[in-house]
Design a binder for this molecule. Structure first.
Ligand SMILES: Cc1cc2nc3c(=O)[nH]c(=O)nc-3n(C[C@H](O)[C@H](O)[C@H](O)COP(=O)(O)O)c2cc1C
Length: 387
């Protein structure tokens, strides 16, 4: 029996992930910015709601299918874009996209992925793929990503709008992440996890795969860090986002990822974007940013039921997803949850996460007496009173 067989929750997978990964890599998934107030609140906000269950309802026929960014998903969540995924498992993005394809769940590839746009598409030819963009100073790189994604059959784009500058990730700084040279603690940490180290070496050099052709040293991650940090453009405005939308064209939707206020959700709708992801980047950017749940219900009220609002941040169970849907989310993204699965057991670990979340959602819907996702509403929730 594999260790994964003894995992019954994402928390169990977190323990396995911690056991498998060198501390630097585990911290890179787990930790947040500054005092990590937002990181912590992302999780605790879900616990501040209890359910308001209905009894004696026929819940024998529940379907979790949901439309996400214009494609059908078997469950109301998609895989969030995460950079450097091959740090956590030698197959990285390829392992995740295979699970995405198997279950019919959309997958968003990060600009700073360690497998290229083309290789991900090749690995899972019938997966629904989306590409996450930044507007970098070098606009020609962005236009290249757009053309390549379209050519490889990606269905749409997410623009990360919460990144005028990298958040203050203190633990990563202490760990030497983001500096161009390997530090002693990184090498020592890797030596304590020989299985990971062997996998890492056998997986080939870690590169920013989408940038290979643009960088003189072939996208080598260690060397590319400074180049990338210098690319974030703090002069961007809504007009730049609109220009990008025009560049992408009518046939591919563009979602703004990293919206953090009700006003900006309304503005995104007014300006004609396909939808938004309310997100604080998993507590890795602005500390003391609001959690998605705090602004979701008001945002939904303001934009009406048809505008697509996806949320992310802190989701570790199916019941968290159901609470988000009750408050008006169209669907959710999961980030850390699947990375823990990946580092706990590669493709099988990601598969395990999907099953845990799916079973949780089905069980929760039955226990709260809700026969279908479309019936979810605030009526199924109570704000927890201090006990
Ligand atoms: C290790 C890691 C790397 C990430 N890299 C990116 C990225 O390259 N682009 C991006 O838009 N978001 C990135 N994110 C943020 C996720 O897309 C998502 O917003 C966040 O993880 C959601 O919160 P959760 O991890 O609590 O589920 C990253 C998150 C993690 C944990």
């Amino acid at each position: 029996m594999s260790n994964l067989d003894h995992c019954y929750s994402v928390e169990d997978l977190i323990k396995l992930s911690k056991k498998n990964l060198p501390p630097v890599c585990y911290d890179y998934i787990t930790r947040g910015s500054d005092k990590e107030i937002t990181l912590e609140r992302n999780k605790s906000i879900f616990d501040s709601y209890t359910f308001n269950p209905k009894i004696l309802v026929d819940v024998s026929n529940i379907d979790l299918k949901t439309d996400i960014m214009g494609v059908q998903s078997s469950v109301p969540f998609a895989f969030a874009p995460t950079g450097m995924t091959r740090l956590f498992d030698k197959e990285g993005e390829k392992a995740v996209v295979r699970v995405a394809q198997n279950y019919g769940i959309p997958y968003c590839l990060s600009t700073v992925s360690t497998t290229s746009i083309e290789d991900v598409a090749q690995e899972a030819k019938s997966a629904n793929l989306f590409f996450q963009l930044y507007i970098w100073k070098k606009r020609e790189w962005i236009y290249d990503f757009i053309q390549r994604s379209k050519k490889s059959g990606y269905k749409g784009f997410l623009l990360a709008v919460d990144f005028p500058v990298l958040g203050n990730r203190i633990k990563d700084k202490r760990n030497g992440q983001g500096t161009p040279r390997l530090k002693k603690n990184m090498i020592l940490g890797a030596l304590t996890k020989p299985k990971w180290a062997i996998g890492f070496i056998s997986g080939g050099k870690l590169v920013l795969a989408n940038l290979k052709n643009w960088l003189p040293y072939g996208g080598d991650v260690q060397k590319a860090v400074e180049t990338i940090d210098n690319q974030f453009d703090d002069s961007l405005t809504w007009q730049d986002a609109l220009d990008l939308k025009k560049e992408i064209g009518e046939n591919h939707p563009l979602y703004l990822k990293g919206i953090q206020s009700v006003e900006d959700v309304v503005k995104a709708k007014e300006m004609g974007f396909s939808g938004v992801v309310i997100s604080n980047h998993g507590g890795r950017q602005l500390d003391s940013a609001p959690t998605s749940l705090e602004i979701l219900a008001e945002a939904r009220e303001k934009v009406g039921k048809d505008f697509e609002i996806i949320i992310d941040g802190g989701i570790l169970s199916g019941s968290d997803i159901i609470k988000a849907l009750c408050l008006g989310a169209s669907s959710c993204l999961i980030g850390k949850a699947y990375l823990y699965g990946l580092s706990a057991g590669g493709e099988k670990g990601v598969d395990k996460v999907v099953n845990i979340l799916r079973d949780d959602m089905l069980r929760t819907l039955k226990l709260i007496g809700c026969p279908s996702l479309k019936d979810l509403s605030k009526d199924y929730l109570l704000k927890t009173k201090n006990l």
